[in-house]
Design a protein around this ligand. Sequence first.
Ligand code: ADP
Length: 644
Amino acid sequence: MNQKQEDNKKGDKPKIGFSRYFLFLVSLIVFIAVFMYGPKTEEISWMNFEKNMLIEHDVSRIIIVNKETAEIYIKEEKLNTAKYKALTEGVFANKFGPHYSIQIGSVESFENKLEKAQQNFKEEEKIGVTYSSRTSWVNIISWVLPLFLLIFFWYILLRRMGRSTNVGGVGSAFNFGKSTAKLMDKDTKSKVTFKNVAGLKEAKIEIMEIVDFLKNPQVYTKLGAKIPKGVMLVGPPGTGKTLMAKAVAGEAQVPFFSLSGSEFVEMFVGVGASRVRDLFKQAKEKAPSIIFIDEIDAIGRSRGRVNALQTNDERESTLNQLLTELDGFGTNTGVIVLAATNRADILDKALLRPGRFDRHIYLELPNKQEREEIFNVHLKPIVKADDVDVKVLAALSPGFSGADIANICNEAALIAARKKKEKVAQEDFMQARDRVVGGLERKSKILSSKEKEIIAYHEAGHAVASWYLKHVDSLMKVSIIPRGKSLGAAWYLPEEHQIITKSQFIDRICASLGGRAAEEIIFSEISSGALDDLEKITKQAYNMVTFYGLDEEIGPMSYYDSTGQSETLFGKPYSETMAQLIDREVQDLIMTSYERTKKLLIKYKSQLEELAQLLLKKEVVYEGDLEKILGKRSLDIFSDKNQS
Ligand code: ADP
C-alpha cells in the first residue's frame, strides 16, 4: 500500500484527538474550580476585625495589597482555638493565610483606625502594616482566558474544516494547500470500463486513443508526434462525462486523480493555486497518470469580465496556475488531463488553445439506438418480466440523458418492489418514466369539483389544439391527476429535431395556449392555471425574436452571446427603440397565436367538451380514446393555410 492510500485511510477515519481535548478541558475545569473554591480568604468588616481579632491579640501580620485590600494573618497558636476552627478544617484548609481580608477606603484612614484601636496596647503588642503590590490573578485570567478559549475554538474549527475538505490529505488546518484529489490506481480497482458506457461510439474511439497514448507513447513519439496534454469532455449533464473518465481510468490501469473544479476554491486566497501545483506534482511523480477535473467551469470561466460584482481573484489565480502547469510539463511526461464541463461556451479561451485542452470530445444526448443500448446496460442487474420491451422504452424516452435512463431503471425497480412484485414489468417502467418526467402522482391532493372541471377543460384544450396543429408532436395521453407541481398534463411523444422551423415554433406556442383558450371559451373566465404555459411561451417568443432572428419586422438579427462574455450584463445590447419593437413583436406574435388557437377550439368545441367530460370521468385518456373523439390525426387539418 502506498503512502497516498495510507493518507486516504487516515483521511477517511481520522484519529480525532478527542481524549486529548477532553483531558485538556478537564484540567481547565479543575484549575478554575480550585481557583474559585480553593483556600479562600474570607472578607470581613473592620468592626468584626477590630472587636474579635485585633483587641483579642489574635493578629500576627497585616499586609496592604495594592492600596486596596488589607490581608490579615492570624497567629499560628490561635488558629487551633475554636474560633478559627473553620479555617483549618476541611479540604480547603487555609493554614498559611492570609486568613481574612478587608477592603479599605484609603490607606491613611485604615492606618488611623488601626492606630486608634491599638492605642491602649503595649508597644510590643502593636501590629504594624506592611505594603505589597501584586498583579492579581483574577485580572490576568480575566483577559487571558477568553483569549485562550478563542484561540482554542478557532483551532478546532480550522481542524474540522481542514478535515472536511481534505479528502485525500491528513486533514489539518495546515493542509489547505494540498490537493484534494481522490486517487484511484491499480490497487483501487476502478470497476468501470468501456463496457459500462453504452452508445457514444465516436467519443469512445477518441478516448481509447488517449488510453493508447499512455500505454504505448513510443509509437507516437517515434514519429515525432506530440501526445496531447488536455482533453475536454463537453456535453449536457448526465450524458456520461464522468462515467467516460472513470472508464478511461479502468482501461488504462494508470493512477487516476479525480476532483471537481470547485474543490480548488476555498475561502482562503492562494489555496486554489497551491492545490493545482500540488496536484500536478503528485501526478508527475506517478506518471504515466491521468488527472480528471470535473465541472471545470467552476474555475475555468473566462477571466476579466468587466463586471465588478463578479470579479474573483482567487478563481483567476487558480486558473492562471492551471494554465501555467499545463504549459509547464513536457508533452512526454505521461500526464494527461481530462476535464468535463457542460458549459464549454463560457470557458476561458486561453484554456482551450492548442497545447492545453485542445482536444474536445462532444458527448450528446443519446439517439434512439443509443438509448436502447443504455437501457440494456442498466437493465442488466434488474429482474425483468417477459413483457419488458427495450425498444419501446427507448422510443418513449426522447431527449433523455444516460443519467435519466439510469434513474428510470432504478425507479421502476423501486415501484415494482413497493408493489411486492417478483419481477419488474413494462408497466413499472412506464410509471417510472412518467414520474421522472412529471414528478410524483399526488392523488390525495384535494381539488373542488369546479377546479377539477377547469383543469379538465384546460387539458382538453391542449389536447384538441395540438391534435389539429400540423407541427406539434403526437399526443400520447392526457391526464388530470395532479403530479409534481402540475395539476394535469398532456403527454407528447416528441420527435427528435436538430432544428426547429418557424411554423413549428408557432404551432407549439398555439398548443401551449390551448389550455388558456379553452378556459376562456367555455367559462368566459380565465384562471391562474396557465402560469407554466404562459411562462414557457413568453420565453419561447422572446427567443424567436431576439435570438433566432425569426421575426419579419426585426429581421435576421440575433442578440445571442455564445461567448458568455457579454460586457453589458446590466444593459441590453440594443437601443431603447429596439427594445420597444421587440416587446411589441413578441406581444403581436403571442396575441396572433392566441386568436388562432381560440378560433381552432371554437371550431372543434363539441370535441373539446366531449374530451373534457371523458377526462372528468376517467382522469386519464389514452391515444385510442383521443382518436375516437377527435378523429384520426390528419396533419393538415389546421395547417397555416387554413388559419384564416
Ligand atoms: P455527467 O455527464 O453529468 O458527468 P455522469 O457521467 O455522471 O454524467 O452520468 C451519470 C450516470 O448516468 C452514470 O453514472 C451512468 O449510470 C448513467 N449514464 C450516463 N451516460 C451513460 C452511458 N452512455 N452509458 C451508460 N450509462 C450512462
